[in-house]
Design a protein around this ligand. Sequence first.
Ligand code: COA
Ligand code: AMP
Length: 658
Amino acid sequence: MTTSYEEVFRASTEDPEGFWLAAAGAIDWDVAPTRALDDSRAPFYHWYPDGRLNVCHNALDRHVDAGRGDQPALVHDSPVTGTTRTYTYAELRDEVARFAGVLAGLGVGRGDRVVIYMPMVPEAAIAMLACARIGAVHSVVFGGFAANELAVRIDDAAPKVVVSASCGIEGSRVMRYKPLLDRAVELAAHKPEKCVVLQRPQYEGELGPRDVDWAAAVRDAEPVPCVPVAATDPLYVLYTSGTTGRPKGVVRDSGGYAVALRWSMEAVYDIGPGEVMFTASDVGWVVGHSYIVYGPLLAGATTVLYEGKPVGTPDAGQFWRVAAEYGVKTLFTAPTAFRAIKKADPEGEFTKGYDLSGLKYLFLAGERLDPETYHWASDLLGIPVLDHWWQTETGWPIVANPAGIELAPVRPGSPTWPLPGWDVQVLDPSGKPVPAGEDGAIVVKLPMPPGALPTLWNDDDRFVASYLSAYDGYYLTGDGGHVDEDGYVFVMGRTDDVINVAGHRLSTGGMEEVLASHPDVAECAVIGVADSLKGQIPRGFVVLKAGAERAESEVEAELVQLVRDRIGAVASLKDVAVVAALPKTRSGKILRRTMRGIADGRDEPVPSTVDDVTVLDALRPVLTGRKDAKDGTDAKDGSHSQDGTHSQDEKEAKGAQG
Ligand code: COA
Ligand code: AMP
């Protein structure tokens, strides 16, 4: 593109209707939209209300029809199984059409839900695209979640069919998914009619009467064509952590999402047809939905679906190997992955064996890119290292350095500028914009651009209460930070009980619910503290009920296991301490923010609202004494503290402090 960022941004604000209708021209419509935004039901906004399309057609068939059927669409690279497989656009289209035939044969039709619980295998993407092909709504559940979390999502989405695999592979461990699936179906009140199971050679699951073998079903199935749907029809529901244990079902529409992703591929990631993007994340997260599966395929690019870790599978050179082997132009992952690589290979020795001349950009998101990791990655690779900020809710970046339009000078610690369509503002608690450089709540003025969530699944009220009620006319991002004099946005951390652990979004409130369910626990608090590898990790503090006679260490171990069993290993709660009391305000709110500050080694002021300062003093050594579980360094050394986090109760304490 030859236009500047400023011109493009201005066009999107001066004439949003014209801007987004023009962007819609990059999509193949069955019925082209005549309008972009429908605001007649505000604050519920809908994009392209009279458009009809099929997202799978745009991701696959369209490219085959255009004569690019032999181009690689998806590369599965799996160091953990020692296999690689490349699907051309024609092959992927055929596999998807056939699996769509399997789903249709099981009675799945437009609007029906399909839950997908799979590791990083190509069949996960095939299942997603097959749903899109027949107008069904997929809901992918991250494989690191336990049976209980899967059951909660099955109950909320009420799927006709669940698609899963017998196992995943985590490093050298085989994780058995099938028993977890069986347990989840047992726990859920809603029973799916069928479960399609992909049997993998590392562990074959036992199939019951509800189960269908993937390979056998595909063998017998007829391919089916794309079904055009309304642009406003849901493409998927993706559950994400909120402030409680009940996840939020973020709804993604079809038309707005397709337009936004297609636009972002060139404007943000500078990826066009035939170019290669490697997004090292997981299909269970929004990053995987948008930039492993839909974005690259909508753009006619090649996507790499990598089944492995940045380190240890088998070494810290795997990202470089993949980049060199497939000619990756844009690499996208979370900062934590780079911290892991840096720890294993501080001098970047592993890059030396690979030709990285084709690698043009490194994009990072999922958590704040700390300046230290930024400098290390840029010095090592000598290419633009670009932080960008977004959320499950928004579907694509809100703030980024738009490489495909104009590369802005990087300011370490900032993801750069708001992208077209995003009117980002920073407000104080009364709703007034704060001066440049001052911290506040980061909000987006409504309406948000195409691709952002139109609502929560089956819960318009929660959508309004969670996101739209704090500031009238604005979407509350849940992040705090500031904008500097030159418009650079700095995102400093969550203002609620959400934490980011190794780029995985988790709820401390959800973990507290699990701890509180233990019969010996009277009360508890879970806080996210700075961690030199994972950015943040959770720590739990519990007060036992009077008369509880069990050894403290025994209860602590049980609580760690309970969170692992109920939420999943991904919660990474490995440190729970029994304490005599929790520090509170006079109105009885636990001082989590103060606890966090002390745990992170900051000189945290004692709130004037504290009820009993001796309780806080007694807790100090427990808070500060922790050793980093993995590398033995003191948590205080972690340079990735994301200040600005304070839950509702802390806000009260802070406010009272004046
Ligand atoms: N299925 C089953 N278990 C899983 C899983 C999955 N898909 N993903 C993670 N887990 C398990 C892990 O095995 C680990 O279990 P353990 O406690 O028994 O060791 C636990 O969940 C925590 O996983 P994780 O937080 O990923 O820690 P890790 O030590 O295994 O790896 C990193 C650390 C930094 C290497 C890893 O988190 C990583 O590569 N992150 C990249 C960031 C990313 O993908 N972010 C997504 C959004 S962009
Ligand atoms: P998720 O919905 O899992 O993508 O997590 C979204 C949250 O991750 C955001 O609300 C932020 O708290 C955090 N996050 C994502 N990207 C960034 C970034 N570039 N800088 C700071 N925080 C980020």
